[in-house]
Design a protein around this ligand. Structure first.
Ligand code: SF4
Ligand code: SF4
Length: 367
């Protein structure tokens, strides 16, 4: 199977630069010629209530110019994991309220679920996803970042946001290891993909290091788009200097179903040098060792990364306490090591970088 991915340079988020880049991408992929559905659901990454310049969420300027280019009726929606704050706060801070007003688009909440029956590693599971993501064709609009659990987050991982709020955290209890979580991601994608119009990744400013919420911002200056999430993610990995085999969910997909061959169109992709990866990326090489993989569940706490609370940065908002699916954070707050399943949800939602990732004892010695 062959899939085409378009790459366009875009140096920054200035509207004229974005407009030129988006127009080129749509033409290159012939998306301007395909009759678009009457209504489209834009699904950005709205991980937390952070300003666009913090590089955690998809830049609203991308949605604005894309909405203008595609015209027609547009809905905008996503579901952050920390549901304790009003969703309007997220829309305002992430710049989506202003974009929706300018496009005359509606902001929608991902609350009402439908349940998808997935078979994940021989387990039959019912996964809740926002009903609207099944009804309205989606344009998936991720932000490229490194990720403590999945190594990168781009097109495939952004679709995990279709699972309403806290349900996302709860699912980590069922899919504990990076391997199990990769199974979930790829089966979820296979279930959702027929309803996705295309994927367009904001890789103008990206995050490496302690992504997806507390890393370093870098500016490779690209928009990357295509109709297949896996092909798009292969290219996003390349930009970060990673092969598909180094990204757990792509590696797994290749083993089970086979990855598509990618035909590149557009500008030359210049991979970034000195990309900093989260601790797990280094320790994930340990998963290839036979003695580790066979005893992975038992040994996991010793070789993965773990969240550590830096008290001086903590402002006691308790977002981490609310999001933890196994009540492993007390209200002081304090992380109870013995209960922690390393899902990293607390790290993702902390708005003050008070939770950092640290390699565990064994990972420090073997990597
Ligand atoms: S660690 Fe972060 S999320 Fe948790 S209470 Fe402190 S500031 Fe809030
Ligand atoms: S304390 Fe552990 S289990 Fe709880 S949210 Fe953080 S990483 Fe997940």
């Amino acid at each position: 199977m062959r899939e085409t991915v378009g790459i366009v340079r875009c140096p920054d988020y200035q509207e004229n630069h974005l407009r030129e880049a988006v127009t080129r991408l749509l033409e290159m992929l012939r998306l301007d010629r395909i009759s678009r559905p009457d209504t489209l659901l834009f699904k950005p990454n709205m991980l937390s209530a952070r300003r666009p310049e913090e590089g955690v969420t998809t830049h609203p300027g991308v949605l604005k110019v894309l909405g203008e280019a595609l015209a027609g009726r547009i809905l905008i929606g996503d579901s952050p994991a920390n549901t304790a704050r009003p969703i309007e706060e997220y829309w305002d801070t992430c710049g989506l309220t202003a974009v929706a007003a300018s496009l005359k688009a509606s902001l929608v909440k991902f609350e009402e679920p439908v349940f998808l029956s997935l078979k994940v590693r021989k387990k039959n599971v019912k996964i809740p996803v926002a009903a609207i993501s099944r009804k309205i064709p989606m344009v998936n609009l991720p932000k490229l970042k490194t990720h403590g659990l999945t190594v990168i987050t781009a097109a495939t991982k952004n679709l995990y946001g279709c699972i309403p709020g806290y349900q996302k955290s709860l699912l980590h209890r069922l899919f504990l290891s990076p391997q199990d979580f990769s199974y979930l991601l790829i089966e979820l994608y296979r279930m959702l993909r027929d309803n996705i119009f295309f994927h367009l990744v904001d890789a103008i400013t990206i995050m490496d290091g302690n992504g997806p919420s507390a890393g370093r911002l870098r500016g490779p200056g690209y928009l990357i788009a295509g109709r297949d999430a896996l092909a798009v993610d292969i290219v996003c990995g390349k930009l970060l200097g990673l092969k598909a085999a180094e990204i757990p969910f792509l590696k797994l997909y290749d083993e089970i179903y086979g990855l598509p061959k990618v035909d590149l169109l557009g500008d030359r992709l210049l991979p970034l040098s000195d990309v900093a990866l989260p601790g797990l990326s280094a320790s994930s090489s340990l998963l290839k060792l036979p003695f580790v993989s066979s005893a992975a569940r038992l040994m996991r706490p010793f070789f993965t990364i773990r969240p550590v609370l830096r008290e001086k940065n903590c402002r006691h908002c308790l977002a981490c306490v609310r999001v933890c699916p196994v009540s492993a954070i007390s209200r002081e707050p304090k992380i109870l090591e013995a209960k922690c399943i390393r899902c990293l949800c607390c790290f993702e939602v902390c708005p003050h970088k008070a939770i950092q990732l640290e390699k565990s004892w064994l990972a420090r010695r073997l990597t």
